[in-house]
Structures are given as structure tokens and as C-alpha cells.
Ligand binder design. Structure first.
Ligand SMILES: *[C@@H]1O[C@H](CO)[C@@H](O)[C@H](O)[C@H]1NC(C)=O
Ligand SMILES: *[C@@H]1O[C@H](CO)[C@@H](O)[C@H](O)[C@H]1NC(C)=O
Ligand SMILES: *[C@@H]1O[C@H](CO)[C@@H](O)[C@H](O)[C@H]1NC(C)=O
Ligand SMILES: *[C@@H]1O[C@H](CO)[C@@H](O)[C@H](O)[C@H]1NC(C)=O
Ligand SMILES: *[C@@H]1O[C@H](CO)[C@@H](O)[C@H](O)[C@H]1NC(C)=O
Ligand SMILES: *[C@@H]1O[C@H](CO)[C@@H](O)[C@H](O)[C@H]1NC(C)=O
Ligand SMILES: *[C@@H]1O[C@H](CO)[C@@H](O)[C@H](O)[C@H]1NC(C)=O
Ligand SMILES: *[C@@H]1O[C@H](CO)[C@@H](O)[C@H](O)[C@H]1NC(C)=O
Ligand SMILES: *[C@@H]1O[C@H](CO)[C@@H](O)[C@H](O)[C@H]1NC(C)=O
Ligand SMILES: *[C@@H]1O[C@H](CO)[C@@H](O)[C@H](O)[C@H]1NC(C)=O
Length: 248
């Protein structure tokens, strides 16, 4: 059973006032959303749980990727986001400057159990102190999503992101949160964050690989050799892991 749809929206203003669920001017066309690890660490910043899980496979994998344009003042950066996870409610990707204070911009992709599991998209703001979700206005474009059983996949663009708008922080430095929650056809349940990346520069696809490898290499990231070498090291590490496993 496969249900897919594409929301062809040139510029969709997602706005949901409390109690009123709905967005206007959406057109639906069947589509598939393909989300893979291709380009992770090189062209896109990837986070996932469990580690290195495959978003294209059929085992449980909560996966998010972000591609950021170079920020240009005063408009900030444009983000292209992919999200894949397992839920009978919703999966969400959050961007926050500090996950223990302030707020999180939450991008929600879900299935509507009151509507045969139809895909829906929603933006919310989470208060990081008390976990309350409130409807929020945030421009999101090019929303594509599909639901296959409990697997939810979606892609969307978020223009004009600037972390400095809310706090003293580098423009593209955010912690990425991944998590899930319930949706009963009406109410978006509490966001249960299962991954917090810690502060990452979204404009650097390798910004989370560098920290992983910090103890074993002092390669400078950001140039081409730096972007390629970590994979060689990762491969080496996995071969080592494999040989350790074979010995065990
Ligand atoms: C997704 O992958 C399937 C199978 O590999 C392919 O048929 C389809 O065209 C792809 N869709 C997109 C939008 O790339
Ligand atoms: C999905 O999992 C089933 C068994 O769990 C396996 O037979 C099937 O080949 C898998 N499909 C893909 C696309 O990985
Ligand atoms: C980000 O926002 C700050 C404060 O509003 C502003 O000074 C800065 O120019 C913005 N940067 C970009 C790249 O848009
Ligand atoms: C970001 O998107 C806006 C339209 O939403 C576009 O005008 C702008 O040129 C884009 N910026 C970059 C750096 O691509
Ligand atoms: C995040 O906020 C907490 C609580 O306000 C603070 O203790 C911590 O230093 C902040 N972390 C960062 C990286 O700013
Ligand atoms: C759900 O699907 C069933 C069978 O395809 C259909 O009969 C029913 O009307 C659908 N319900 C809704 C709310 O779309
Ligand atoms: C978040 O919740 C706390 C505690 O309820 C409240 O004091 C604070 O004003 C809220 N922050 C925002 C931005 O709504
Ligand atoms: C979920 O489905 C119900 C019943 O069709 C509908 O009233 C509601 O607006 C839908 N919610 C969303 C977010 O699509
Ligand atoms: C949050 O998610 C974790 C891992 O998926 C799960 O073990 C836990 O029960 C969830 N908590 C709530 C309140 O849903
Ligand atoms: C690390 O940096 C030191 C000093 O900059 C250099 O001598 C050394 O060769 C580097 N090691 C590696 C593995 O690149």
C-alpha cells in the first residue's frame, strides 16, 4: 500500500491558527520521494538515528539532511531539507540555537489517521523550556511528501533562515533535532526528540563528521581533500570494526 503526493506550491505560506487546521491552495499529484545517503558529508549535512541507518531501506531509520546556500545579508540562508522516519503520527525536524532554552522551529511531516493516513505538512514552534507547541508562521516551499505504511518521507525548502535573528549566534549554526509525535487527526501531540545533533554549521555538509574524527585526524575541513579523506577514514574504521567483529 503506497500513498504519495506532491504539493505543488510556488510559495506556500503555512499558517495555522490555534484550533483551525488547514492550509490553502495545495494541489496533489502522485509522486515518490527518494531519500538516500547519497552525498552525505559531501553535498548535504546528514543526521540520523540509529547511526548510519539507511533512509532508503526498510528498517527503522530517523534521518534528516540539510543543504544550505551561502547566507547573504540581510536575507539569511535558504535550506533544502529531507526527512524520513517511522511513525503512525508524525516525524519532525527541528532547528534551534540552543535546545535547552528559547524555541525550536519545528517542521512536521505526518500522516492523518482520520484520513486514511494522508500526508500532511505543518510548521510549529516549540518552547524548549516547557515543550509546548504553538502554531507558527514560516514560509516553506516545494513541499513533497509520501506515506508508505508507517514510513513518512518528505522534502521541502525553507528560505530566509538566520540564527542571529533570535540570538547571538552564527547565521547558519543550529542544533538539529529529530523526533516523532502523535497526531489524532486534530491535535499535534508533544514532540519527542530522539536526536539532538548539538550546534552544527548547516552550511558545512561535513560539520558533524569533523567532530567524530577529531581524535584520529587533524585534517582541515572545508577543502576538497578534507571532504574526501574522512570517508576513507570512516571506511577504514568500519573495516576495522568488521575485523574486530569477525574475531569476536
Ligand atoms: C525514485 O526512485 C524510483 C525507483 O528507483 C524511480 O522510479 C523514481 O523515478 C524516483 N523518483 C524521483 C522523483 O527521483
Ligand atoms: C524489506 O525487508 C524485507 C524483509 O524484512 C526484505 O525481504 C525486503 O527485501 C526488503 N526490501 C528492501 C527494498 O530492502
Ligand atoms: C542575520 O540577522 C542579523 C540580525 O538581524 C543581521 O545583522 C545579519 O545581517 C543577518 N545575516 C544574514 C546573512 O542575513
Ligand atoms: C533564497 O530564496 C529566495 C527566494 O525565496 C531567492 O530570492 C534568493 O535568491 C535565494 N538565495 C540564495 C542564496 O539562493
Ligand atoms: C544553552 O542554554 C543553557 C541554559 O540556558 C546554557 O546553560 C547553555 O550554556 C547554553 N548552551 C549554549 C551552547 O549556548
Ligand atoms: C479510506 O479508504 C477507504 C478504502 O479505500 C474508503 O472507503 C474510505 O472512504 C476512505 N476514507 C477517507 C476518510 O478517505
Ligand atoms: C516558554 O515557556 C516558559 C515556561 O512556561 C515561559 O516562561 C516562556 O515565556 C516561554 N517562552 C516563549 C518564547 O514562549
Ligand atoms: C485530517 O483528516 C480529517 C478528516 O478528513 C480532517 O478533518 C483534518 O483536517 C485532517 N487534518 C490534516 C492536518 O490534514
Ligand atoms: C520517545 O521516544 C523514545 C524512543 O523512540 C521512546 O522510547 C519513548 O517512549 C518516547 N517517549 C514518549 C513520551 O513518547
Ligand atoms: C597534524 O598537525 C601537525 C601540526 O600541524 C602535523 O605535524 C601533523 O603531521 C598533522 N597530522 C596529520 C595526521 O595530519
Amino acid at each position: 500500500m503506497e500513498r504519495g503526493m506532491i504539493l505543488l506550491v510556488a510559495a506556500l505560506m503555512i499558517y495555522v491558527s490555534p484550533g483551525v487546521q488547514g492550509t490553502a491552495h495545495l494541489s496533489f499529484v502522485n509522486t515518490t520521494v527518494n531519500i538516500t545517503r547519497h552525498g552525505c558529508g559531501v553535498t548535504k549535512l546528514c543526521v540520523e538515528t540509529p547511526n548510519d541507518c539507511d533512509p532508503a531501506g526498510n528498517t527503522s531509520c530517523l534521518f534528516g539532511s540539510v543543504v544550505s546556500t551561502t547566507p547573504v545579508a540581510p536575507n539569511g540562508a535558504n535550506l533544502s531539507i529531507q526527512l524520513r522516519g517511522d511513525s503512525n503520527g508524525y516525524v519532525a525536524l527541528g532547528l534551534t540555537v540552543n535546545a535547552s532554552e528559547g524555541t525550536t522551529m519545528l517542521f512536521i511531516c505526518g500522516q492523518n489517521s482520520s484520513d486514511n493516513g494522508t500526508f500532511f505538512f505543518r510548521t510549529m514552534q516549540r518552547n524548549n523550556t516547557d515543550d509546548m507547541l504553538t502554531a507558527t508562521e514560516r514560509r516553506v516551499t516545494e513541499i513533497r511528501g509520501m506515506v508508505e505504511g508507517s514510513v513518512i518521507k518528505c522534502e521541502f525548502d525553507v528560505p530566509g533562515v538566520n540564527a542571529s535573528n533570535t540570538r547571538t549566534s552564527h547565521v547558519t549554526t543550529f542544533s538539529i533535532l529529530l523526533g516523532t509525535g502523535s497526531f489524532d487527526g486534530n491535535v499535534v501531540g508533544r514532540f519527542n526528540a530522539t536526536l539532538n545533533s548539538g550546534p552544527l554549521n548547516l552550511a558545512n555538509p561535513a560539520s558533524n563528521i569533523q567532530t567524530t574524527l577529531a581524535p584520529t585526524t587533524n585534517t582541515t575541513m572545508g577543502n576538497n581533500s578534507g571532504a574526501v579523506q574522512p570517508h576513507a577514514v570512516l571506511l577504514l574504521l568500519s573495516v576495522l570494526t568488521l575485523s574486530v567483529m569477525l574475531r569476536a
